[in-house]
Write a protein that binds this ligand. Structure first.
Ligand code: GRF
Length: 204
C-alpha cells in the first residue's frame, strides 16, 4: 500500500526537489508524490512538479471570496487524489484549525530553525535567519514537525543542527540550513511518518 503524498508550496520548491530526488533514488519507501498544490501561480516549484510528471494545481487565495472557500478547494483536491499525507514545504499560508482537524496527524511542516527557538508568528523565510544572527546563537538548524493549531507548535519528528559561521549573512545561513539540514531531514521524516501511517492502517 503506497502512502500518497501532497506537497503544498509557495516558492522555489527546493524542498520539493529534495523529495523528488529521494523518490527517484528509492529513498521514499512506499511513498508516492501524487500531488503538488501551489498558492502562488509563479512558484518555481510548479515547474519542478511538471518536469517530474507530478499532478500540480494552483489554488490561490485571491481566486476565492473567503478563506473557507479557498481551503475547501484544497480539501477537494486532496480528497480527490486520496492523499494520505500533506507536506508543507515552504507553504506561506496559515491553514485554519478546521482544515488542520480534517487531517489529524497527516500534515507535516518544515521550519528552518531548531524549534522552539525562532519559530511561531512572524518567523518565516529569511526573517528566521535574520533573527538567529541578531540573537547571536552559534547553532541553528531545521525541524520537521506535525502541524496543529499552534503555529510551529506540533510534535517534533526530526531535527538537524547547523553551525552558524562568524561571517554568515542571513542569505548564506539560509542556504546552508537548506543544504545541510532541510533537504536531509525532510525525505527522512516523510518516510518515518509514512511508516507510522502504514502501521496505523494495519492495526485497524
Ligand atoms: C524553507 O526554508 C522552508 O523551511 C521554509 O521556506 C523555505 C522554502 O524553501 N518554510 P523552498 O521553497 O523549499 O526552496
Amino acid at each position: 500500500m503506497l502512502t500518497k503524498i501532497a506537497v503544498l508550496v509557495s516558492g522555489n520548491g527546493t524542498n520539493l526537489q529534495a523529495l523528488i530526488d529521494a523518490e527517484k533514488n528509492g529513498k521514499l519507501e512506499n511513498c508516492q508524490l501524487a500531488l503538488v498544490i501551489a498558492n502562488n501561480p509563479n512558484a518555481y516549484a510548479l515547474k519542478r512538479a511538471a518536469e517530474h510528471n507530478i499532478m500540480h494545481f494552483v489554488i490561490s487565495r485571491k481566486a476565492y471570496k473567503t478563506s473557507l472557500k479557498y481551503e475547501e478547494a484544497m480539501q477537494n483536491l486532496l480528497l480527490e487524489y486520496k492523499i494520505d499525507l500533506i507536506v508543507l514545504a515552504g507553504f506561506m499560508s496559515i491553514l485554519s484549525p478546521q482544515f488542520i482537524q480534517m487531517f489529524p496527524n497527516r500534515i507535516i511542516n518544515i521550519h528552518p530553525s531548531l524549534i522552539p527557538s525562532f519559530c511561531g508568528n512572524g518567523y518565516y523565510g529569511i526573517k528566521v535567519h535574520q533573527a538567529v544572527l541578531k540573537y547571536g546563537v552559534q547553532i541553528t538548524g531545521a525541524t520537521v514537525h506535525y502541524v496543529n493549531e499552534i503555529i510551529d507548535g506540533g510534535k517534533i519528528i526530526l531535527q538537524k543542527s547547523v553551525m552558524v559561521q562568524p561571517l554568515d549573512t542571513p542569505e548564506s545561513l539560509q542556504k546552508r540550513v537548506l543544504e545541510e539540514a532541510e533537504w536531509v531531514i525532510l525525505p527522512k521524516a516523510v518516510t518515518l511518518v509514512a511508516q507510522e501511517l502504514k502501521k496505523e492502517k494495519q492495526d485497524d
